[in-house]
Design a protein around this ligand. Structure first.
Ligand SMILES: [Ca+2]
Ligand SMILES: [Ca+2]
Length: 215
């Protein structure tokens, strides 16, 4: 009886150790994957908003008319922050017209600027995909990063067909539980705080707008 107990305990411990090893291996892999982005050498800039978009050409979750957008550009050279660098944020409306916002990097290499989206008076001008290119000259080289974000009348209208219906609910449910950098994460479904994960708050926001239509 005692021998059986010891055998069971040994098996249990072995399973625990195997699992711990797998978790540690996974964390190391994730850390090295994250670092592989951070350690890219030479001149580098990453533009993102207060809602997301970290990484090169990574989109940000959507915004609505009249909301304020805070733009960040992280400028580095061989991983080290580039201070006092002029950064240009060129922002393109869905109709391709553009304007430029300038900013300068601080001691941590980050430049910040902000602007407020117009109201919904002219929907054709502001609803759709906005694009942005951030450029900074580091060591004589123009480094840049791009970012896209949707401007929607209602963030729950995930497919942008002017109503919040079952298709939007299904889209959200298929990626429910996903997080930034995990497989299946879709920033268009990340419609509520906390941004970077698709959870109950996103579902509640969608359900609270269910059935609404534009106009
Ligand atoms: Ca980015
Ligand atoms: Ca969210």
């Amino acid at each position: 009886m005692r021998r059986e107990y010891v055998r069971l305990m040994s098996l249990f411990l072995l399973l625990m150790l195997t699992q711990a090893y797998e978790i540690a291996k996974q964390s190391c892999w994730q850390a090295s994957a994250q670092n592989s982005f951070k350690v890219s050498g030479g001149p580098n800039v990453d533009v993102f908003t207060q809602r997301g978009g970290k990484g090169h050409a990574v989109p940000s979750p959507a915004f609505c008319p009249e909301q304020e957008i805070i733009l960040y550009a992280n400028a580095t050279y061989n991983k080290y922050p580039e201070q006092n660098k002029y950064v240009s944020f060129q922002i393109f409306y869905p109709n391709k017209e553009s304007f430029i916002l300038p900013a300068t990097t601080n001691e941590t290499g980050i430049a910040v600027t902000r602007f407020r989206l117009p109201s919904l008076e002219c929907p054709d001008e502001i609803l759709g995909i906005w694009r942005l290119i951030s450029t900074v000259n580091i060591a004589g080289v123009a480094a840049n990063d791009t970012l896209e974000f949707q401007v929607c009348w209602n963030p729950a209208d995930i497919d942008h067909d002017s109503d919040v219906d079952l298709y939007n609910a299904v889209s959200l449910l298929t990626v429910y539980g996903s997080e930034l950098e995990s497989e299946g994460y879709n920033c268009c479904c990340d419609i509520a705080e906390p941004y970077g994960k698709i959870d109950l708050y996103d579902s509640v926001l969608l359900l609270s707008s269910f059935g609404e239509k534009l106009g």
